[in-house]
Design a protein around this ligand. Sequence first.
Ligand code: NAD
Ligand code: UDP
Length: 338
Amino acid sequence: DSSSGSSGFFSKRTFPGRVPAGIGRKSLRIVVTGGAGFVGSHLVDKLISRGDEVIVIDNFFTGRKENLVHLFRNPRFELIRHDVVEPILLEVDQIYHLACPASPVHYKYNPTNVMGTLNMLGLAKRVGARFLLTSTSEVYGDPLEHPQKETYWGNVNPIGERSCYDEGKRTAETLTMDCHRGADVEVRIARIFNTYGPRMCLDDGRVVSNFVAQVIRKQPMTVYGDGKQTRSFQYVSDLVDGLVALMEGEHVGPFNLGNPGEFTMLELAEVVKETIDSSATIEFKPNTADDPHKRKPDISKAKELLNWEPRISLREGLPLMVNDFRNRILNGDEGKGL
Ligand code: NAD
Ligand code: UDP
């Protein structure tokens, strides 16, 4: 039982030989599960650049070493190939728990949300680490409240194709709060809204990566359904700033982390077209089951309590990922993020 015992070898202690992170702050040892993925690798960059030690745990299900290769020679960086469905013992101060197959094409196949979260909470309890769960706006399902506040309980189909993800994350939130209340684990919960940026998988089916890759390849953008459904798109550096503010702050959450700018898929296609190629076209395809009709975060809580809000609009952020996508497509790296 990796979750029991809070004294002896696994009790909280200071680590000798730490490199100071900067004046007035001691360097932390931080685990990032899923750190070889899209969001995780940007988070790791930020933590390393501010002087902390980072251990990434990843099974490379959707992430890849290339996202982190620039850190391999850094003595404050470590990469462990491990599936979080199995327990692991490490002495750390903080755990950012991102490991999860996060796109529709991947998430059906994996119990990571429940078992992985349980194992990482067990580790947090054992070593006295602070634990941050990356939950999702999908916990609101097809929302009947708009925009969504953290107080909204959601409208989720428990037996649909997306349920493994939605209900998995809802269960992960429940486990996190139970451990907080019942075992005094310090926890933080982020509900992340659609995020885009460099290193996104090229082919995992998410709309921004699909549209950008399709236009670069001179293919039509595939709009599902009538294209009138809405989403709010956040640039990855804004999200990373929000995750760190949440971890370092005093509030458990949950906090919505997203950009309130709301776009229909047809509007998104128009912005992608303006950004990359004015001759781009669209084609309509049938929509997937249980697709939420609209989604937009109310971020008043994060603004007030974390002093955080996104700074990069869709029109500013899109060009920042286009170069990365273009390079990867031209270099024949058709697979995952770089
Ligand atoms: P990603 O697929 O790029 O990254 C997920 C990482 O987790 C990958 O590196 C993958 O290999 C790893 N992983 C998956 N299963 C694992 C396992 N069992 N053991 C160890 N590692 C495992 O996805 P992302 O977009 O970077 O998402 C990161 C987190 O943010 C996820 O928890 C996701 O649910 C959450 N989130 C992301 C978005 C978004 O728009 N990107 C929105 C809401 C929530
Ligand atoms: N979508 C689309 N074309 C695509 C991929 C997705 O029109 O090629 C739509 C999808 O139906 C959904 C929205 O874009 O309404 C966002 O989908 P995504 O999978 O990116 O995120 P999520 O549904 O998890 O918010």
